[in-house]
Design a protein around this ligand. Structure first.
Ligand SMILES: [Zn+2]
Length: 205
């Protein structure tokens, strides 16, 4: 499985989908030997720039867990989000949110005004619903823009300040013993909801 890493932008085009160029003509960063090209039928291919390749177990992805599938099960996704676990880790869990990557995670949590380390079980249902809605919307926009070769404006990913001018925090966050991913968030716009100030939900005892 190819795992994208968060590096500062390079002069290499960020768009991984370049159907008009054969692989040997794809521009690469000078001295950069890593990368992955997947070839498909009809001479189509997908290029991952700035990636590293590691073997890891990957659960089978069902259509019900794939954000972009019509069969995506929103109720199941909400249940997954509502567990006592940091939402930024649940969002990256491909068993529940297949297709969500690190950029989408960062942007969605900012748009939903949710701190990445807030536990889903401490958040009100409206916040969980907001995360889900933004995830679907952002992912669809992401795909549509990629297909049209358009860029997508980021609100928080790799930013120094948020849209309101607050200083953004960058932190490496991941599951215990798992891969840590760089996470950008605004402590002002995304307050950390902890147990003592959690909004009770119907599921709480
Ligand atoms: Zn802010």
């Amino acid at each position: 499985m190819a795992e994208a890493v968060d590096r500062e932008p390079t002069k290499v085009p960020a768009d991984p989908i370049q159907p008009d160029l054969p692989p040997e003509q794809i521009p690469t960063k000078e001295g950069d030997s890593d990368g992955l090209i997947l070839h498909f039928d009809s001479e189509r291919f997908l290029v991952f720039y700035n990636c590293r390749i590691t073997w890891c177990s990957s659960p089978f992805s069902e259509p019900a867990c794939d954000i972009l599938c019509p069969e995506f099960d929103k109720e199941r996704a909400l249940r997954a989000l509502s567990v006592p676990r940091p939402v930024c880790i649940t969002l990256m869990d491909q068993r529940h949110f297949s297709g969500v990557g690190n950029i989408i995670k960062n942007e969605v949590l900012f748009l939903a005004n949710v701190h990445p380390l807030s536990f889903g079980s401490h958040l009100p249902p409206e916040s969980l619903q907001s995360i889900l809605d933004h995830t679907i919307r952002f992912t669809c926009n992401w795909l549509n823009n990629k297909l049209q070769r358009k860029g997508l404006r980021y609100h928080i990913y790799m930013k120094e300040c948020c849209d309101k001018g607050h200083k953004v925090v960058k932190e490496s966050i991941g599951p215990p013993y798992g891969l840590k991913r760089l996470t950008w968030y605004c402590p002002e716009c995304q307050p950390h909801v902890k147990s003592e100030n959690a909004v009770p939900s119907k599921e709480d005892p």
